[in-house]
Design a protein around this ligand. Structure first.
Ligand code: FEO
Ligand code: CA
Ligand code: CA
Ligand code: CA
Length: 677
């Protein structure tokens, strides 16, 4: 029997205590299952994962570091989409990164500075996106269908096409695509987004570090050097050294492409100088069509894209997607489509063609937060607001240049630098937009460098030696309400919904939201509003908050909280006294939402050792919750990992050499009801 509570006044579970256990801890009355572990086979005939470093063929296995995920429903049989199904569906999950040492028999190796081809290929294929068919069987047991025809891996080698204004730009021309129209693969996929026409948006975040690039400044135009530096494409090796591989077939450009150095006498179509411009995009995929070619949507700009969450879709109004750019002092962006929403497009057969309609033409904006609780969206359009060929820091050539180098355009228009913009989420009940600002340090947010939207500077001592940690190490969650509640709005109001803090920290100036021991958290990152309806009608949307914590891991593993937030402006003005080194102080005025109560904010889950909690969705009926457990146990060595989840889930422990794996935790309520209500 299903217990369905409609519009409850409070969260219906007992808070989980902070802890350092090697399990996923959930409230009494809930059960944890595990699916989609790193290496699990997702094609017919692929052997079970041995998890000893000898397994190969990750193009047919679950990738590493599972991140954002989303459920796409399937009919009871066949491959048809069914938005109402809560027992059979596809899980689309990003695979952001790798824990390199656990992928090989004896950790990563190199010979004379050259990486072995098989190791590098495995590491590459561990990145990207997975699509898996999952079903609920008897006794609420969830399983993955290994041989489903819909299962898919998208990797850094998967062919893709560029769409939108930058398609065909000189900036996208490479030896792979001399026309600048096609690309290969996606990497460092972090948060996500979705569309009402049932496609998935995967977002390329920390792609810059994968490229070897330093030392070629003299061979590049000055503006290229400026742009590469602004995006952090400056490494002298590239993450994992993939470009060092000497492939057996002598021609495999999949490795060589990670060396983005311009060559003497070379060009964009003979060397890989433009390869970094292939990444940093929002990529649309059709999960129901495993042979479809993903499309990089250049109209949404090139950033360190965390996610791309849509606002509400209203017939006759232009839809919008909200996007964080995750680095310290980066910005919040909004893409507003040029096309008014037509509800019938939600069920069109050619889903990527609908994507072309809404995501290839429109206007990218960046946010400027004012001290009085208002803000504006500044359009990033060539020829406007100083974004011209005469811009002193970076002379723009055209709109493609603006989109490829969106950070530089945002600099020109005076966007507000934020404390690391992570996920965005939109309240389905009212359209209010939430943004996690995970943290900042004293260099990025000094005592006299605060502003109303990033108002704190304090010390939260951390670690065994209690070393000083000034800045905003615990982060906060800001929220916006568009003027006229319209996705097309050019201005908004805002306040700070929650400040991360330990409950023991200064209530006046650090624990500003008054968090208790059942609520305290640090470094908010993942953010998602629950699906709003079930068979009984409207269920009050819950806001789920996930952490990727540096400042609190001396006390607890990362966690997930459930919240019932109010509305933008439900609190008021407040002045914080900040403290810097040597006892120096400075005041900062800000806007703070109504404080949470025990009924409206509680810790629902604590993850296993050393993990990050990232990625969450549920079945449409809200009775099954899927939660991404990323890089558990990633300390220690390949021979003695610091944790052993998920093997440790049942008893709290596992053999000392058992390698941990990222995976999806499936959480159900024993009474069959809606999770958390
Ligand atoms: Fe991949 Fe901003 O976290
Ligand atoms: Ca993240
Ligand atoms: Ca601390
Ligand atoms: Ca993060």
């Amino acid at each position: 029997t299903t217990t369905v509570t409609v519009n409850p006044a409070q969260l219906g579970f007992t808070a989980v205590a902070k802890n350092k256990l090697d399990v996923v801890s959930v409230p009494t009355g809930y059960k944890v299952q595990v699916i989609n572990r790193t290496g699990d086979p997702i094609a017919a005939g692929v052997p079970a994962y041995k998890n000893d470093g000898t397994d190969a063929n990750f193009a047919q296995r679950i990738g590493d570091h599972g991140d954002a995920l989303y459920w796409y429903g399937l009919a009871a049989a066949g491959t048809a989409r069914d938005d109402n199904s809560s027992t059979r569906g596809l899980i689309v999950q990003n695979h952001e990164n790798i824990t390199q040492q656990y992928l090989h028999p004896a950790g990563a190796t190199s010979v004379g500075g050259v990486r072995p081809e098989a190791e590098a290929l495995k590491e590459m294929e561990c990145h990207g996106v997975s699509v898996t068919e999952v079903t609920e069987g008897a006794n609420r047991a969830w399983t993955v269908v290994q041989n489903s025809s819909l299962n898919r891996r998208i990797t850094p080698a998967t062919p893709m096409r560029f769409n939108g204004p930058a398609r065909g730009s000189d900036l996208l021309k490479t030896p792979f695509s001399t026309a600048g129209t096609d690309g290969r693969g996606t990497i460092n996929n972090c948060a996500n987004g979705t569309t009402p026409w049932a496609t998935n948006l995967t977002c390329e975040e920390n792609w810059a570090g994968y490229f070897r690039r330093s030392g070629d400044n003299a061979l590049r135009a000055a503006k290229e050097v400026t742009a590469l530096s602004r995006y952090g494409v400056t490494s002298s090796s590239g993450s994992y050294g993939w470009s060092t591989v000497v492939p057996a077939d002598g021609t495999n450009t999949l490795f060589r492409r990670w060396d983005a150095r311009a060559t003497a006498g070379g060009s964009a179509t003979t060397d890989y100088r433009n390869e970094p411009n292939q990444f940093g995009w929002v990529v649309e995929t059709d999960p129901y069509s495993p042979t479809s070619t993903p499309r990089k949507r250049t109209a949404l700009g090139r950033l360190g894209h965390e996610g791309a969450w849509p606002g509400l879709f209203v017939a006759g109004r232009k839809p919008a997607w909200y996007m964080g750019d995750d680095s310290r002092r980066e910005y919040l962006y909004k893409f507003v489509s040029a096309t008014n929403w037509v509800a019938a497009d939600a069920t069109a057969a050619d889903r990527l063609a609908i994507g072309d309609k809404y995501l290839d033409t429109g206007t990218l904006h960046v946010a400027r937060f004012n001290a009085d609780g208002t803000g504006i969206w500044v359009p990033l359009v060539f020829g406007q607001n100083g974004i011209t060929a005469a811009a002193a820091a970076y002379p723009f050539a055209d709109q493609a240049d603006v989109l490829v180098n969106a950070r530089l355009a945002a600099d020109v228009v005076g966007a507000t630098p934020m404390d690391r913009p992570e996920w965005t989420a939109v309240n389905p009940a009212n359209g209010h937009v939430y943004l996690t600002l995970t943290n900042n340090n004293a260099a990025g947010r000094p005592l006299n460098g605060t502003d109303a939207a990033n108002p704190r500077h304090y010390n939260d001592p951390f670690g065994p030696t209690n070393s000083a940690q000034f800045g905003n190490p615990n982060g906060h969650i800001i929220r916006l309400r568009e003027i006229d509640d319209s996705t097309e709005a050019t201005s908004f109001t805002w306040d700070i919904y929650l400040f991360g803090a330990g409950a023991d920290l200064d209530a006046a100036n650090v624990n500003v939201s008054g968090l208790t021991a059942d609520q305290d958290f640090s470094s908010p990152d993942g953010l998602w509003f629950s699906r709003p309806t079930n068979a009984s009608g409207l269920v009050k949307p819950l806001l789920w908050i996930q952490t990727d914590d540096g400042a609190y891991t001396d006390v607890t593993n990362c966690m997930m909280l459930a919240a019932m937030p109010g509305t933008v402006g439900d609190g008021g003005a407040r002045t914080i006294t900040n403290t810097g080194t040597g006892g120096a102080t400075a005041t900062q005025a800000t806007r703070v939402g109504a404080a949470p109560t025990a009924a409206t904010l509680k810790r629902f889950l604590v993850g296993p050792l050393d993990c990050e909690i990232t990625g969450v969705d549920s079945t449409p009926d809200g009775r099954t919750l899927f939660v991404g457990i990323q890089h558990p146990g990633d300390g220690g060595t390949f021979a003695a990992p610091s944790g052993h989840w998920p093997d440790s889930q049942a008893t709290g422990t596992a053999g000392a050499s058992v390698r941990p794996r990222s995976a999806v935790a499936v959480i159900t309520k024993d009474d069959g009801g809606v999770v958390a209500l």
